[in-house]
Design a protein around this ligand. Structure first.
Ligand code: ADP
Ligand code: MG
Length: 320
């Protein structure tokens, strides 16, 4: 195999059975036939080597993660994944890398029913940009601006495992760190809450996915909704490894509060929705925790494990 077109043909031209994709990879643009009665959700996320992932991340995980982070954005609006494009910059032609990456990407795409419809391939520092398009029933997208005073604040899954995984990976504190370790897989192979996000349409008042940490991302909901919130550390869902860490050192709460890359959903809903949300969570086997409530007083207040107000620092990752 030689050249850019062979590379695209070999690794990124997949059989698609989606009738709504009239033209996929192989022409100047894709041609898409949007489903009637639906609005389109469009999002893009770039992963840059050494900025968004350690440069020794395995290629399969990179394929999974680069799509998963975009799927998480669709999920946070209550959207259904439809199709995506892939702009890939590679330092060189590396068949082993491309095979692993394409496998991770393709398995994730098939699992969530999203089709690759085009992209761009260039030489340069390893950078992966995916643009994903989803659909949502007209008017039903869940925004950041809908939280109301008195609503409860919920999070899916658990928080802080990816940040703990990154810290352990970087410090090599545990030289035998297992690639199937929960914190490592949380960091490198996040599971976007697609089905659950969709099911929350009409039930959640506001929603965001947690990519920059709970404090920063809940902060965006509060700012957009012009409300405040109080959350309790004692209610925050933690994995077993982080639970152990916080018991030994309360500083470790920082992973759950400020750590990024969890790709869980943070959402608000009125007390009247609690039962239905619990039933949906049960049906979809998606853990959900109520961690606090929305109040009129602006800003976020976090109570520590002893119910004392915690001073907050930082506001999540910012590139500039
Ligand atoms: P153009 O020169 O018209 O931009 P390209 O030569 O960049 O076209 O790409 C040829 C075809 O391959 C297009 O359909 C494009 O969408 C697709 N393509 C290029 N790179 C990728 C990729 N990494 N993944 C999927 N499709 C790709
Ligand atoms: Mg091009």
């Amino acid at each position: 195999m030689s050249g850019e077109f062979d590379l695209i043909e070999h690794f990124f031209t997949w059989e698609s059975k989606t009738a709504s994709v009239v033209q996929g990879v192989g022409d100047d643009t894709a041609i898409l036939d949007p489903p009637s009665g639906q609005e389109l959700l469009v999002t893009t996320d770039t992963l840059v080597s050494a900025v968004h992932f350690p440069d020794n991340t395995d290629p399969y995980s990179l394929g999974v993660k680069s799509l998963a982070v975009n799927l998480s954005d669709l999920a946070s609006m209550g959207g259904r994944p439809w199709c995506f494009t892939l702009a890939l910059s590679l330092p060189d032609y590396d068949a082993a890398f491309l095979t692993g990456f394409a496998n991770g990407l393709r398995e994730t795409a098939e699992h969530y029913g999203i089709t690759l419809v085009g992209g761009d391939t260039t030489r340069g520092p390893l950078t992966i940009t995916i643009q994903a398009i989803g659909t949502v029933v007209r008017g039903m997208g869940v925004r950041r601006c809908g939280a109301q005073v008195g609503d409860l604040v919920f999070v899916t899954g658990d928080l802080g495992a990816a940040a703990l995984g990154l810290e352990r990976w970087q410090s090599q504190q545990n030289p035998s760190f297992d690639r199937d370790d929960y914190c490592y897989t949380s960091l490198h192979r996040p599971v976007p809450r697609v089905a659950f996000g969709r099911a929350l349409c009409g039930h959640a008042s506001a929603m965001i996915d947690c990519s920059d940490g709970l404090v920063a991302d809940l902060g965006h909901v509060l700012d957009n909704s012009r409300v405040g919130a109080e959350i309790r550390c004692s209610r925050l869902p933690l994995c077993a490894a982080l639970q152990e860490e916080v018991q030994q050192d309360p500083q470790q709460w920082r992973h759950a509060l400020y750590g990024g890359d969890d790709y869980e959903l943070i959402f608000t809903a009125s007390a009247g929705e609690v039962e239905i949300i619990a039933a949906i969570a049960d049906q979809l086997a998606c853990p959900v925790s109520a961690v606090g409530h929305i109040r009129a007083e602006p800003g976020l207040s976090v109570l520590d494990a002893q119910e004392r107000p915690m001073p907050l620092s930082g506001s999540g990752y910012s590139h500039f």
